[in-house]
Structure formats: structure tokens, C-alpha cells
Design a protein around this ligand. Sequence first.
Ligand code: 1HN
Length: 356
Amino acid sequence: MPDDHATAPGPDAATRAKREEFYGRIAGESLAPLWEVLKGLVPPEPRPTPRPYLWRYETVRPYLMEAGRLLTAEEAERRVLVLENPAFPGKSRATATLYAGIQLVMPGEVAPAHRHTASALRFVLESAGGHTAVGGERTTMRAGDFVITPSWAWHDHGNESGEPILWMDILDLPMVNFFESGFSEHHNDKAQSIGRPEGDALARYGAGLLPVEGGSPFGRTSPIFNYPFERTRAALASVAAAGSLDPHWSATLRYANPMDGGWAMPTIASWMTHVPAGTGTAALRSTDGIVVAVAEGRGVARIGDQRIPFGPQDIFVVPNWTWRAFEAEEDCFLFCSSDRVAQEKLGLWREERGQA
Ligand code: 1HN
């Protein structure tokens, strides 16, 4: 692309000084010259800030257990270690737009009921049967389940099993806080009252059937708030067994809102990719930064110029507009989340497929 400005000679010292003096005077009126910042405001292509990063479960888990001895879930409100991308120190961000963390609830503990306009999802890493309650229904959270807390829904977590439960949280907090549109409140009770039997939402909305009248009780969010791994895994295994996998996506299915076929959540897109043992994917990049949690399997992620070996329950970041490809040593099931749905609605999302 022609760029005459890049080759034009710069101004002399006297002109520069005059301009600086001018900038100084207008700054007092809260005015600034666009031409000094224009290139940074409209880059020719995305310049990703987040860095590729891997949190190994075997490294992180002992720190969570240590936190479990330092304070209770109730004291902490949520006992979470934030997965903070090294490019955003102190900002509680895994990618530019997503918060991520790992939460621990010990046997007998309760994480008290509250609600917020930020949407959350949980991807369960380890469980002998803890639960979350959302909008009057409980769901048992098992390893690999994708669980949703819709915007403004009351939610509390508990663990009546004998073992710790750990899961990854992803929230759209950086987006909500960018818009400075967030609200939150605490419930009067530690745990909300339960009005429906466990499995009610899945029966009504998750069996390829829908109530004959009415929309989602959760507005723009899917009425299914637990997509069990057992079902997702079986579907992906069948897709892979049927053959002719996509060179870039292998076997990938997205978590859908049964009310409209769109993504399950209004701000966060989630999908699961199955890469069969001994196979790999061709390089792909997209404008959404992705948090990947390994549900099952070992392999290597190539992210930009980095080679990242991963194993079960590890979590890694693929920055926006950065080439990614996966190689599976074992059958891999990769849970992925990004802001793709928000970018699509705003007309911003793009992808580029490398040579297959
Ligand atoms: C939250 O409400 C949860 O409900 C987890 O489990 C992590 C991080 C920031 C703000 C709210 C939860 C959170 C959070």
C-alpha cells in the first residue's frame, strides 16, 4: 500500500518547537492533535497485546490448595486465582476482553449467592460432585462440563462431595468494564432457594425440544446452563468417526443457544475441538483472542512462533490475530472461549486460513 507520509522529510527543529508549543497550549483546553496519534489509532492490522501463555494444572493446583488453607470460600466470596496474562499485569485479563481464573470450593464450603451483569462460564477441571445454583436450579458440575451463569442471575456454589472441586471461570468483565456498565449485588441468604428439580432446564431445552410457549428465562443467554461433557464428547467422537474432518478446525462443535441457534452466551463464544490422536490442524488465525482449557489429551499447540506442549487440565491463551495450530499426541478435547460472538455482532470478526 502506498504510504507517502512515511518517506516525506520531517519538519525542522524550529517547526517542531512551534508545534510542541501549540500542543502544550491546546492541552489546557482538553484538545489534542489527531495527526500525532492517528497511526496508532488505526493500525493496518491487529497488533495483539496479550501473549501466548500456558498455565500448567500441576503448577497451579498446589497454589489453589494452599489458598484453600489460607481462607475459606465464604471469606474470599470467591476463592479464585486469576489467570493474568503477563501482558496485562494487575488488570485481571487473560485476553484483551476476557477475565479467566481457577476457582476452588472445598468439601462443605459455600460460595455465597450474588449476581452481576457480567456473564460467567465455568469449565470444570476436577470434581467429585460439587454444584452451582443458577436462577433457582442446581446443577452438579462434573469434569468437562460447560456451565453458564447468565447476566444478572443469582448464583452460589457448594460442594457436598468429599473432594475439592476446581473449575475455570471466564467472565466478560473487561468488556463490561470497558462500557462501564456493570452492576452487582449480594443476596440476603448464603444460598438461594431452589424451585426446580435438578435437570429441569436440560429436559425442557436440551433434548432437541422446546417449551411450546415462552422464551429463555435468561434473556439473551441460553436456557441450558449445563452442557454435560458426556454428551459433548460423544457428539465430537461421532463426528470424528464419520471422517472428513475440517483441515483447520478438525472436529469442532460450538455450544449453541437452542432458542435461536446462536452462541450460548451473548458476549462469550464457546466451542469444543476434538483433534484425534496422531492428527493435527492447519494454521488458522482470527481476530478473537482465545482461552483454551484442555479437557482431555496431550499434544502441542503452535501459537505464533511458540511451541507449547500441553496436557490434561492445562489452560493456555491464543492471542487475537495470531496463527494457531494443534498437534494431538493423544485424543485431544479442547474447550475454547473467546469474544467472537461480540465481535460478530459488531461486524468486526475476521479469520484467515493458512495453507492446509
Ligand atoms: C464471580 O462472581 C465468580 O460467581 C467467579 O463464581 C469469578 C471474578 C470476578 C468477578 C466475579 C463466581 C469472578 C466473579
